[in-house]
Design a protein around this ligand. Structure first.
Ligand code: BES
Ligand code: MN
Ligand code: MN
Length: 482
């Protein structure tokens, strides 16, 4: 057995022990009282990368720390930037977890814990593959740069300024992210598109305090009623968003892409059973995969007002609130949508109600080209590790920084997801299949080799002067100075 594969086999249990250690850290970025745990997770990742002999920088930001690490340059080989996140989503409702969210538990080949698949487990596959190369072969076939942040789940607000200020340090040929899913169990995928997002909190205030709904009801506008009317007006009977101009910039699906989606082995009945809903719904005229991957949406993520406790309270609440999000597709602009939404909501807001719309965060959608040598290299690496060639798909979730990597570093991202659709990300009982964790480590280890080989191929085919920037529209690699 080659030393690399031997190392992967020998360290099987140690890889899991390290993953479980990271999963015990309660690094919830949405909650300010978890700042210390965020710090511990950042330190854990930094220490781990330091232990591999990489040059590591634990970068403080106005928010959560960014872990940066790099290996030495490899002459003639590409530089690959690995991005991941150590922060996780809140765990509520706690009562629905079968084992505690921060006590990683093995059940039927999976590890159950918050962050298991999103993204600690997936992110760690690249750290462990680097370890495998360094401890078996003694060197990496490509130069690796790691950017592991702690604010992905809250919009990556402090990462973009860090990228902008460190463009030369972060210069690379391609970005690799494992923070998505396979198409199905046993069917790996390369994701070439992600939706964008625009998130808001809408706050409505009526009377100065809660009122008796008998004494005052009918004569005073109820903010909960106003909220229902306003939110209901944001989409029409066909499931389309009514915000003026919302669809103006949408790049329509091409007939070719629709055919390719339709050719994927997607079973609608099984999908419905998996989510446990009594029926499916969405924008008229589109299939379920089109609705999930390539059409924009409006959703309510949280909604509150009035009395929620036991029994009944005849109250006319003083306030109502809602958390709203829109998933976006190329080339919608979250900022433009924020402006149009505020104008629309102000017009819908009835007399007697004060409204405030808080713009939480936004990110643009991305679609990456499939005809690059990087994609071909990733396909080979995945096929070697998973025993099956990947299919190409889009996903409905968002990774805010991907669009910014293209904008600021001029590079495309390989989205190589080892998760599964039923991993319960952001939900109770989040899990990650441990066999996929190990296959992910192997795929990542082979990826460094395949990317190095693809650079050799590109160099062999082209005159020396134009060899480096495969893909075209990027700053010259010569700018790299660290
Ligand atoms: N890993 C997900 C993104 C994702 C989910 C990609 C599903 C593909 C399929 C990421 O951690 C995430 O949850 N992103 C947030 C971004 C938001 C908080 C700005 C999302 O999509 O809701
Ligand atoms: Mn994630
Ligand atoms: Mn997430």
């Amino acid at each position: 057995m080659p030393p690399l594969d031997e190392y992967l086999a020998a360290q099987h249990d140690a890889f899991e022990r390290d993953l479980f250690e990271l999963l015990r850290i309660e690094s919830i970025s949405a909650k300010s009282d978890h700042r210390a745990e965020i710090g511990r997770a950042a330190q854990w990742v930094a220490d781990h990368l330091k232990g591999l002999g990489l040059a590591v920088d634990l970068v403080e930001t106005p928010g959560n720390p960014i872990v940066y690490a790099e290996s030495p340059a490899v002459p003639g080989a590409p530089t690959v930037l690995v991005y991941g996140h150590y922060d996780v989503q809140p765990v509520e409702p706690l009562a629905e977890w079968l084992s505690p969210p921060f006590e990683p538990t093995k059940r039927d080949g999976n590890v159950y814990a918050r962050g298991a698949t999103d993204d600690k487990g997936q992110m760690l596959t690249h750290v462990k593959s680097a370890e495998a190369w360094l401890r078996s072969v003694g060197r990496l076939p490509v130069r690796l740069k790691f950017v592991i942040e702690g604010e992905e789940e809250v919009g990556s607000g402090n990462l973009a300024p860090y990228l902008a200020a460190n463009r030369e340090r972060l210069a690379c040929d391609v970005v690799v992210i494992s923070d998505t899913s396979q198409f199905a169990p046993g069917q790996p995928a390369i994701t070439y598109g992600l939706r964008g997002i625009a998130c808001f909190e809408l706050r409505l205030v009526g009377p100065k305090q809660d009122l008796h709904s008998g004494t005052f009801g009918g004569a005073v506008m109820n903010p909960a009623v106003a909220m229902c009317q306003m939110l209901a007006a944001l989409r029409d009977a066909d499931g389309r968003v009514t915000t003026p101009g919302f669809y103006d910039d949408v790049v329509p699906l091409t007939p070719d892409e629709r055919r390719k989606f339709a050719a994927l082995p997607f079973d609608e009945g099984q999908f419905q059973r998996q989510i446990g809903a009594s029926g499916l719904a969405g924008e008229a005229g589109f299939t379920t995969l089109e609705r999930r991957w390539a059409r924009p949406t409006f959703d309510i993520n949280g909604l509150w007002s009035g009395y929620q406790g036991e029994g009944f309270k005849t109250v006319l609440p003083a306030r109502a609130g809602a958390k709203l999000s829109f998933r976006l597709v190329p080339a919608q602009d979250p900022k433009k949508i924020a402006v149009a939404l505020e104008r629309q909501l102000k017009a819908l807001c009835p007399p007697g109600i004060e409204m405030e719309l808080v713009d939480m965060h936004g990110a643009a959608a991305v679609v990456v080209p499939l005809d690059s040598p990087w994609v071909a290299a990733a396909s080979r690496a995945i096929e070697r590790a998973f025993g099956r060639a990947p299919v190409f798909m889009r996903e409905g979730g968002s990774i805010p920084i991907v669009a910014i990597f293209r904008e600021l570093l001029g590079v495309d991202t390989l989205l190589l997801g080892w998760g599964l659709d039923d991993d319960n990300t952001h939900s109770p009982n989040e899990k990650f299949c441990l066999a996929d964790f190990h296959r992910g480590i192997a795929a990542s280890a082979y990826l460094w080799e395949e990317l190095a080989a693809s650079q050799d191929r590109a160099t062999a085919q082209k005159p020396a002067s134009s060899a480096a920037p495969v893909g075209g529209q990027k700053p010259a690699r010569a700018q790299k100075t660290v």
